[in-house]
Write a protein that binds this ligand. Structure first.
Ligand code: PXL
Length: 285
């Protein structure tokens, strides 16, 4: 039997099920990789105390990582919410020791419900210790801005410049996601040579909770399966765009992207690719 690739997420638990570990594992399942998890923190607002970030101990984080490595083994991983300098140091050391091949770093900073998911004094550690280990980093506009010292990023040209400048932090690929800009949802990939843009139509919905987690989890699944990075990003963007297209809400609260959408309904929108040697093509071959 051909076993599925083994992919780990190191991230926060989002109790509502739309983002974080929960989004990652649902995405892994949809893309037929074997999912495992290391929970760094539990994000869940207590109705009386209002406390919403419940950090795990370094020991608990190390134990989860060791269990997954020893019981199963890890071919690829993604990181999401890491919260503190100490957790980033721990995760960077664990990743180095385990010699994991595919590493997707989603530099999660603030949640949709305005939860602070990364402390200010952890940003330097993220840049210095973790990003240099990454196959690819996947910041959105506010995260790219913080990583570049609060630079304004307001259009696709500035998105491209941000991707080029973030490349110097040491990741092999930088994907800056422009979903927060106006107009179509354009993301920019830079690999030190080519700038490639991926464009999907803007979908008019508020139900996008977990979209970033889902996107980076899909990238991690695809790369770990052996899909080349440029195509892995394209397939993941298609997956998340379809999940956003079919997003819904059970309550008046912002709802989740629908992780099963591509399986149930097929690709909702083609991704338009520009740049690199594939200029103008909608598919990598
Ligand atoms: O969507 C970002 C995100 C990531 N990880 C966790 C979260 C959230 C958003 O709330 O809770 C754990």
């Amino acid at each position: 039997m051909n076993y599925p690739s083994r992919v780990m997420t190191i991230a926060g638990s989002a109790a509502g099920g739309s983002a974080g570990i929960q989004a990652d594992l649902k995405t892994f399942q949809e893309l037929d990789v074997y999912g495992m998890s290391v929970v760094t923190a539990i994000v869940a607002r207590h109705p009386e105390t209002n406390k919403n970030v419940h950090i795990q101990t370094i020991e608990a984080i190390e134990a989860q990582f060791a269990t997954a490595i020893n019981q199963v083994g890890v071919d690829g991983l993604k990181t999401g919410m890491l919260f503190s300098k100490e957790i980033i140091e721990t995760v960077a050391n664990l990743i180095k020791q385990a010699q994991v091949q595919t590493i997707v770093v989603d530099p999660v900073m603030i949640g949709k419900m305005n939860s602070k998911l990364l402390k200010d004094d952890a940003i330097e550690a993220l840049k210095r210790l973790l990003i240099p280990l990454a196959t690819i980093i996947t910041p959105n506009v506010p995260e790219a801005s913080v990583l570049l010292g609060n630079r304004d990023i307001g259009n696709v040209e500035e998105l491209k410049q941000a991707a080029v400048d973030l490349y110097s932090l040491g990741a092999k690929y930088v994907l800056v996601k422009g979903g927060r800009l106006e107009g179509p949802a354009v993301d920019v990939l830079y690999d030190g040579e080519d700038i490639i843009s991926y464009e999907a139509p803007r979908i008019n919905t508020v139900n996008t909770s977990g979209a970033g987690c889902t996107y980076s989890a899909a990238i991690a699944a695809n790369i770990t399966k052996g899909v080349p990075v440029r195509e892995a990003v394209q397939l993941a963007k298609s997956f998340v765009t379809t999940a956003i297209e079919h997003g819904f809400s059970y309550t008046e609260i912002v709802g989740p992207t629908y992780h099963a959408a591509e399986r149930k309904y097929g690709e909702a929108h083609q991704i338009i690719i520009n740049g690199g040697e594939n200029n103008g093509k909608t598919r990598f071959n």
